[in-house]
Design a protein around this ligand. Structure first.
Ligand code: NAD
Length: 323
């Protein structure tokens, strides 16, 4: 049986990836500083460890058999939506870099054969609406919009350096915004799809939802099941270097709000308020990942129906008012 280690298995994408790998027949160890919040883990073994600490990375990577893991998926990060990225830049740069520096070096020295790193399209510069598509090479010359992007770019490079020296196969995905059930939906780390779902569930039909800025920033969202499938295909491919994982369905935040309202069966307007808006636009090629035969299966409309229903259920479970 092949063995896989999923770091960040208590989080959103990591918990979905654990399920996916179990269905593929792997023996899976999940590691995180917390257990999954929304449903029990499906991992064969789950270790609660702080991966900023090098000794904990060694523990995470050590198997009783003495053999290295066949596959390591590194998704642990100090992570959140745009508000968190703007307000917690020191934590992001300090904590995520320690996790990646320690995990990459320990995995390489322990002889792991395949290592996956979850990078982000935040490594790219800001783009303007209407700008033509850029591919993975467009990350250089580097000018990420925020510190989260700089941390990801450095970690990509560190992984590639250790891969060259130790022969560990490195696979790097740059994720677009990922959404779906089991993601943070309140508390400050939630992303736009979950935050809008919560706001729409809590207002009357015909009400106005507050959004940061004018709502004309363009974004691209990928449903978590599609993303996890792409991660697995990338890990088992021979694609070197970074690979964008997303869809080509670019929408404004206003459009995302309308899809959310549609999922709720409500008509809603919006009210602009001050807040961190982030980049003006995103338009990235997905040619490398689709060259493997991967295609997204969920449209944003379909994905938002599932996400809205899940967030609404969480509000009810938490005893909060829904309308
Ligand atoms: P998440 O916050 O739900 O999961 C990250 C997990 O890492 C959390 O469970 C957290 O507890 C864990 N973690 C943080 N610090 C840790 C530490 N010191 N030790 C052990 N575990 C620690 O985030 P996610 O959305 O599942 O993102 C997974 C990965 O994908 C991250 O690397 C993130 O940067 C990347 N990514 C996500 C998106 C997205 O839209 N969700 C987009 C681009 C990139």
């Amino acid at each position: 049986m092949k063995t896989a280690l999923v770091c960040g298995a208590g989080g959103f994408i990591g918990s979905h990836l654990v399920k996916f790998l179990k269905n593929k027949g792997f023996w899976v160890r999940g590691v995180d500083r917390k257990m999954p919040e929304f449903s029990p883990t499906e991992a064969d073994e789950f270790l609660v460890l702080d991966l900023r600490d090098c000794d904990n990375c060694k523990k995470a990577l050590a198997l009783d058999s003495g053999k290295p893991f066949d596959e390591v998926y590194q998704l642990a990060a100090d992570m959140g939506g745009m508000g968190f990225i703007k307000n917690a830049e020191c934590e992001i740069m300090h904590n995520s870099i320690l996790i990646n520096v320690n995990m990459i070096s320990e995995a390489a020295m322990m002889g792991v054969s395949r290592y996956f790193f979850s990078s982000s399209v935040c490594v790219y510069r800001d783009m303007q609406p209407g700008e033509s598509m850029i591919d993975e090479t467009g990350a250089y010359p580097a000018f990420p919009d925020n510190e989260y992007g700089w941390e990801k770019l450095y970690s990509e490079r560190m992984l590639q350096a250790f891969s060259r020296k130790y022969g560990m196969i490195a696979r790097i995905a740059r994720f677009q915004n990922c959404y779906g059930p089991d993601s943070a939906w309140e508390g400050g780390r939630e992303k736009a799809p979950a935050a809008l779902s919560r706001k729409v569930a809590q207002i009357e039909d015909g009400g106005d939802v507050e959004i940061w800025g004018d709502g004309l920033a363009e974004r691209n969202f990928i449903y978590v099941d599609d993303l996890v499938r792409a991660v697995y295909m990338l890990m088992h491919s021979d694609l070197e270097g970074a690979v964008n994982i997303g869809t080509l369905e670019n929408v404004t935040v206003r459009q995302l709000l309308q899809y959310t309202a549609e999922a709720a069966g409500k008509k809603v307007g919006f009210k602009s308020i001050d807040g961190p808006v982030g980049v003006a636009s995103r338009n990235f090629s997905i040619g490398r990942i689709t060259s493997l035969g991967w295609q997204p299966e969920y449209s944003l409309r379909e994905g938002m129906k599932k996400t809205y229903a899940w967030v609404r259920e969480q509000l009810i479970k938490a005893g909060q008012e829904v309308k």
